[in-house]
Design a protein. Structure first.
Length: 223
């Protein structure tokens, strides 16, 4: 049987899976328990590394292959949790789906008694374009702790609820750098944030003078 490459040390699920759940995660997690079983009998949730920006393609390909190969008894759900965000650009707002765990796909599956992935299942997964490996050690994937599963499922089954303004990675007084527009590469200090307009006022130095500029939040990044 083909084995997964051995890891030197045990690994944990990505930090995002433990910390980046929606703000209402406790309530959503409770709803998950009421609406949908956390883990199907005989299965656990595992974290699969995938190529950046290929999460949805990998999920769709895995779901298709699992059905074709009739592996439903071994592999359950394949999820890419997202969160709705309202982004303002050019004065207009639009809602986008932001991936909560970039670079990861969550797979519900049953392993062999020794904790390894069945050879047939492993072959189907590894032959999928964009797939890396599972988080684990000693050639065995590590099951997600139940509290992490609750957070992940809370986001995965309720992506349509709400649409908050995209989280800003800076606050008033922080030093930032302009990464787009006429003031690109200028550095300055955040003076004011307007969440309704989606803009930020930054104090930059132009010709030796402190000058305030107002730009949209996506045009700056934290230093």
């Amino acid at each position: 049987m083909t084995e997964m490459p051995a890891k030197k040390t045990p690994e944990e699920p990505p930090a995002e899976a433990r910390e980046a759940a929606p703000a209402d995660a406790p309530a959503a997690a409770a709803a998950v328990k009421a609406e949908q079983e956390m883990v199907r009998p005989g299965m656990n949730w595992y974290v699969l590394r995938v190529a950046a920006n290929k999460e949805d393609r990998v999920r769709e390909a895995l779901e298709r292959k699992i059905k074709i190969e009739q592996l439903e008894e071994r592999v359950g759900r394949v999820l890419v949790p997202t969160q709705r965000e309202k982004r303002i650009r050019g004065g207009s707002a639009r809602v986008v789906h932001r991936k909560l765990y970039p670079g990861y796909v969550f797979v519900e599956m049953a392993t062999d008694e020794d904790g390894r992935i069945p050879e047939r299942v492993w072959f189907v997964i590894k032959e999928t374009t964009g797939v890396g490996d599972f988080i684990g050690s000693g050639g065995k994937p590590s099951p997600m702790p139940m509290h992490d599963v609750e957070k992940m499922l809370a986001a995965a089954i309720r992506p349509e609820e709400g649409a908050a303004l995209a989280n800003l990675a800076f606050k008033k007084g922080d030093r930032v750098k302009v990464n787009e527009g006429p003031f690109e590469n200028f550095e300055g200090v955040v003076d004011e944030i307007n969440t309704q307009k989606g803009t930020v006022r930054v104090i930059v130095t132009i010709f030796g003078r402190a000058t305030p500029i107002e730009i949209e939040y996506w045009q700056v990044e934290s230093l």
